[in-house]
Design a protein around this ligand. Structure first.
Ligand code: ATP
Ligand code: MN
Length: 477
């Protein structure tokens, strides 16, 4: 007798064989039909019980959530809805689940309720589908880069550089919080801390990835990233996973090409390999949207939207053009934007990004050549002296999914910029060395993995696409 997964049994032609299968009970109907799921697929395996054959004390324990091992014969199904089913010979109850206590009952649970049961929510159809898609997407990320000659680099999680400037940081310290050592001026003396200096959890692996690009050529990071931003939005987490390719000799145009090709590549992978889960998630989204006002519903079903993005060119628009469009837009003239666009130089808010993508262009947009003043210190200054070679990829329903740039490779320009911003040059000595020795044009970007998973699964809140979300006031599990 062989042990199979539900997924294997549902696709086998090998009927009449004796099989063993383990899984959790989804439902048990009419004292006869067990829908069993083992996580291998969104579909359940129907197991048909002859109650005269199975001990009634065992059948009492066959309730939603119980773990079972079943043996029986695989046959062509008599009923509708499945090709094959198992005629049960024996049932072993591995672990029962008291229906009075087990929170995941076969009915609709709100996503909010399930967030509080994050240790059990992966047993629901919605979360098992999301997490299988998430797994496939992360494989697709590695496959894309490995096939295209990139090397995977593990940048540090604890960082000693505080010049990254991408967001608020979480301190890493072993000092006694009640009585930290103080220096002569009464400040905490980090020289006595574990690393002999102030250290934090990384907000980005970019600066370290740049060092590797300057030796390995094409590299990428894919790892955990931490931002202590107190923004309780549906697009921000305190701990998330970021993908950061960095490529020597790439200019901004090549960087945009890479971002677009990469996103399309991973979308095509899941379209080919996650059909069942995406079909389920598409239906879930349609059901959810029925409860929303017409204006908030998306125009395309999920899979069609993914194909649309995978098959159409992203629109490339300069920041300057975007400001002109926004300035003349209806919501700006009618003062519907919370932040009105008045002049060149304004930072774009998510409402503006979403207007451009969802209302104006109706496709993904890459904005480039932003004002230097609103972007990070390391971005390559353009000849106009006021814009930098930055690019953001904006997605429908998501807003910013990618932020990237060509990096400033000229030592003197970078030093001037650092001085202007009041950053201590000593903090960045190793970063500046890259510009001292064998400097070259190079570019890269950061893509928030959870924002990609959000887009692909059609979910609305980033807390529902990571196993155990970390956000302000929330680090249970
Ligand atoms: P935003 O304006 O949305 O806060 P950002 O400009 O701070 O984004 P970057 O510093 O450019 O973002 O980071 C690169 C990418 O990382 C973003 O495009 C986004 O996909 C993702 N990202 C940034 N912050 C978060 C967060 N707190 N949670 C999840 N993903 C994030
Ligand atoms: Mn941010």
């Amino acid at each position: 007798m062989s042990t199979y997964s539900v997924k294997e049994l549902l696709s086998t032609d090998n009927l009449q064989q004796e099989v063993t299968i383990s899984g959790w009970v989804k439902t048990f109907r009419s004292n006869r039909f067990i829908a069993l799921n083992d996580g291998s697929t969104i579909h359940n395996l129907q197991c048909v019980v002859d109650f005269e054959q199975i001990d009634s004390t065992i059948l009492k324990e066959v309730a939603t959530g119980a773990a079972l091992t079943i043996t029986g014969t695989l046959v062509e199904s008599q009923g509708k809805g499945q090709q094959v089913e198992i005629m049960v010979d024996t049932i072993t109850v591995l672990g029962s689940a008291d229906p009075e206590q087990y929170p995941i009952q076969p009915k609709k649970h709100s996503l909010e309720f399930l967030r509080e049961k994050a240790h059990l929510r992966v047993r629901t159809n919605t979360f098992s589908a999301i997490m299988r898609v998430r797994s496939a997407l992360s494989f697709a990320v590695h496959q894309y880069f490995q096939k295209n000659g990139f090397y995977y680099v593990h940048t540090p999680i604890i960082t000693g550089s505080d010049a990254e400037g991408a967001g608020e940081m979480f301190r890493v310290s072993t000092l006694d919080p009640k009585a930290p050592p103080l220096d002569d001026s009464g400040e905490v003396n980090y020289k006595e801390d574990f690393f002999g200096k102030e250290t934090n959890l990384t907000v980005s692996g970019q600066l370290e990835a740049e060092t590797f690009a300057m030796g390995l050529g094409k590299v990428y990071t894919f790892g955990p990233t931490f931002r202590a931003e107190n923004s309780n939005t549906s697009r921000h987490l305190a701990e998330f996973w970021m993908i950061e390719p960095e490529v020597a000799f790439n200019d901004l145009a090549a960087n945009m090409d890479l971002a677009e090709d990469f996103i399309k590549g991973v979308l095509n992978y899941v379209l080919e390999n996650c059909t069942d889960d995406l079909t389920f998630l598409e239906k879930r989204l349609l059901d959810e949207e029925k409860t929303k006002p017409q204006a908030e519903r998306s125009e395309m079903p999920l899979i069609e939207k993914l194909k649309f993005v995978a098959n159409n060119e992203f629109k490339r628009v300069s920041y300057t053009e975007a400001i002109a469009i926004l300035k003349n837009s209806k919501p700006n003239k009618k003062k519907k934007f919370q932040y009105l666009i008045e002049e060149w130089g304004a930072d774009l808010q998510s409402e503006h990004e979403r207007f451009l993508v969802e209302k104006h262009f109706k496709c993904p947009v890459i904005l480039f050549d932003y004002p230097a003043k609103i972007k990070a210190f390391y971005m390559r200054l353009n000849e106009d002296g006021k814009t930098v070679r930055a690019m953001d990829v904006l997605f429908p329903g998501i807003g910013e999914i990618v932020g990237g740039s060509q990096r400033e490779e000229r030592l003197d320009v970078l030093q001037d910029k650092i001085k202007e911003l009041g950053i201590d040059e000593k903090e960045l000595w190793w970063y500046l060395d890259l510009r001292r020795f064998g400097t070259a044009e190079h570019s890269g970007f950061g893509l928030g993995f959870e924002r990609l998973v959000l887009f692909v699964t059609g979910m609305g809140n980033i807390r529902d696409v990571i196993p155990f979300p970390r956000s302000p006031q929330n680090a249970e599990f």
